[in-house]
Design a protein around this ligand. Structure first.
Ligand code: HPA
Ligand SMILES: [Zn+2]
Length: 337
């Protein structure tokens, strides 16, 4: 029997693939535009929502970067982060590792530290309410490599406030290899490493992310299924893939949820997790993605949902004590059908 939506929402999970700027709901775009005196090319919330029809990653990114213009102050980032954490908590998320696109803000004249501080304020609020987490400084692969390095250096003295570095934005034509020196420096600073690869780009980019950047998790990575040797490596080395089902459908990476390879990947012993990517744009938060999967795959059993939740904890960069607490929460969920 399909698991009820309420039960799915009660499943404790870790969210590992979430762009904080992708949680900017249309209502908040208008609220901040008014507060900060920023002009918008949309007449109303409904007008903006209607623009949420994407044909590719780039068609989404164009709107995603446009809407970000309303984020202006440390307080805006605190509010954005707090609202995400509240919604995520309602959907079972108890630990969140959050990407932020510093370059998208510094390019508009904001100070990277205001962005960082606002998001840290939000994480402190979240921690008091029972949701742990950290921040991932994500480099924009379609901007110059020296700019990524400058961004990293500008926050090097704040490395203790960061969990990891990542790589996102337009993928095809921007192979991970380009960013090898940036990631080498991040590792010197003691940061963990993740990278988007194999979303629209080929499986070869996943190999590069692993071998050249030292990625410990691959964000998306669904095109790995085209390369049996890569699948075997991901399985053998237990390299997590942070999958985002709604995102893949919305960005036309796959044609429908029922076509998503998540069950195949689980069956093949790959450490997959479910995440929301840019929930304000793609139709839902983490439990919405899980519920979507249970609807698309009637054969998806509770034991598989539990596996996905445990994978998210194991694939996270939480400390061993916090991981044990998160597993205990999942034990509780599993013992109370
Ligand atoms: O899904 C994504 N892929 C690449 N870059 C992104 N930036 C926000 N979301 C994404
Ligand atoms: Zn992403």
């Amino acid at each position: 029997m399909a698991t009820s939506t309420a039960r799915v929402a009660a499943l404790p999970t870790a969210e590992l693939h979430l762009h904080i700027e992708g949680t900017l709901e249309p209502e908040m775009v208008f609220e901040l535009a008014a507060r900060n005196n920023v002009g918008l090319p949309f007449q109303s919330v409904e007008d903006l929502r209607e623009a949420y029809q994407f044909t590719s990653l780039q068609s989404f990114l164009d709107l995603y970067y446009e809407c970000m213009a309303v984020l202006q102050t440390r307080d805006d980032f605190r509010t954005l982060g707090e609202r995400y954490l509240e919604r995520a908590y309602e959907q079972g998320v108890r630990h969140a590792e959050i990407f932020f696109d510093a370059q998208a803000h510094t390019a508009r004249g904001l100070a990277a530290e205001d962005v960082l501080d606002g998001l840290l304020d939000a994480l402190h609020t979240g921690a008091r309410k029972g949701i742990s987490g950290g921040l991932i400084l994500s480099f924009l692969r379609d901007r110059p490599v020296p700019e990524a390095l400058e961004t990293l250096e500008s926050l090097a003295h704040r490395a203790g406030d960061l969990l990891a570095v990542g790589l996102d934005s337009a993928e095809v034509g921007y192979p991970p290899e380009l960013f090898t020196p940036v990631f080498a420096r991040a590792k010197e600073l003691g940061l963990r490493v993740v990278a988007h690869a194999g979303e629209e780009g080929p499986a070869a980019y996943v190999w590069e992310a692993l071998d050249l950047l030292g990625a410990e998790r691959i964000d998306h990575g669904i095109r790995s299924i085209e390369d049996p040797e890569l699948i075997e490596r991901l399985r053998r080395e237990r390299i997590p893939l942070t999958l985002c089902p709604f995102s893949n459908v919305k960005l036309a990476v796959i044609s429908s949820l029922a076509e998503h390879p998540i069950l195949d990947l689980l069956d093949q012993g790959i450490m997959v997790t479910v995440n929301s990517d840019d929930p304000a744009y793609f139709g839902g938060y983490l439990a919405d993605n899980m519920a979507g999967l249970t609807a698309a795959f009637p054969s998806l059993e509770e034991s598989a949902l539990e596996r996905l939740a445990r994978n998210s904890v194991d694939a996270s960069f939480a400390g061993s004590e916090r991981k044990a607490e998160l597993h205990a929460l999942i034990d509780e969920w599993a013992s109370r059908p």
